[in-house]
Design a protein around this ligand. Sequence first.
Ligand SMILES: *Cc1c(COP(=O)(O)O)cnc(C)c1O
Length: 339
Amino acid sequence: MIDLRSDTVTKPEKKMLDYMFQAKLGDDVFEEDPTVNELQDYAASLFGKESALYCSSGTQTNQIAINLHVNPGGEVICHKDSHVFKYEGGGIAKNSGASTRTVSGDRGRITVDEIENWINPENDVHYPLTQLVSIEDTANRGGGAVYDFNEIVRIRAFCNKMNLPLHLDGARVFNALTENQIDYKTYGKQFDSISICLSKGLGAPVGSLLLGDNDFINRAKRVRKVFGGGMRQAGIIAAGGLFALKNNVNRLTIDHQHAKQLEKALNASSLIKDVIPVETNIVVFELNDHKRTNEYISALENHGILALTFGKGMIRMVTHLDIDQSAIHKTCECIHSIV
Ligand SMILES: *Cc1c(COP(=O)(O)O)cnc(C)c1O
């Protein structure tokens, strides 16, 4: 099967597995797992942050960050299609008792003007206190769109002015940085907290990291524990993440080229109304006939290709390190053949 449903479906290659088997282990709740410590230090320094915390998933890192930034009754500004709002099981309300001000914006990205519009006046007791801005780069539902770095800088400046923290859901931040070519530390400086996923395009089997300053990460350790995320000899899986960070970032350009090839084939198909312009490894397209979505997915599956329904006539394909050129070639041929 050519599995294009998500970049989370990758399986660890032999070299990564060997590296994992050889990892030095300890009890990470005692902060004694040398591999986890190495991974955390490596990731933090990459983005110029003081500290990092290894967690079980990107949902967990996002939810921990939100829990630390907001109080019950506070409000988070985020995009209406953002993962923190749409795909984390209502966690903002459930875990943190906070509300969301969801805003729209081009392909999953929000602008500083939009944030400025929706920030609540602090001196009017009717309104919840706006306590956090959260953005997603790349934006999943935006078809892997990358933020204009200048907009991020403007958002940062505005947050500074309003004394608001800024969180990055960077599940696919390496895909963004591959395209925008911004220096990691310059980029990292814009955010109070950063969540990065090791198990998406980087190909590790498990884990995400939360990055921030020392005080923030110390407090994050307690929240992680409360959320049931204190892991013991976690180095065995963290090693996969460390291997991924050191070996699988530079190759993301290949995934992006593959996604472009899919975009081209889809744009040439008479069944397809629109493809969201491809910038990274996510391809989201819309069928002319919304009622034929399941039929289209089945037709792909009959050719050994798996894709994901993405709501209202939309379908998503994601390229990753288990998809090679021949798989892309086969998928493009299949797209041409479905009429
Ligand atoms: C995948 C993803 C996450 C985290 O998902 P987990 O499955 O919990 O690791 C967070 N944000 C975005 C945009 C994602 O695509």
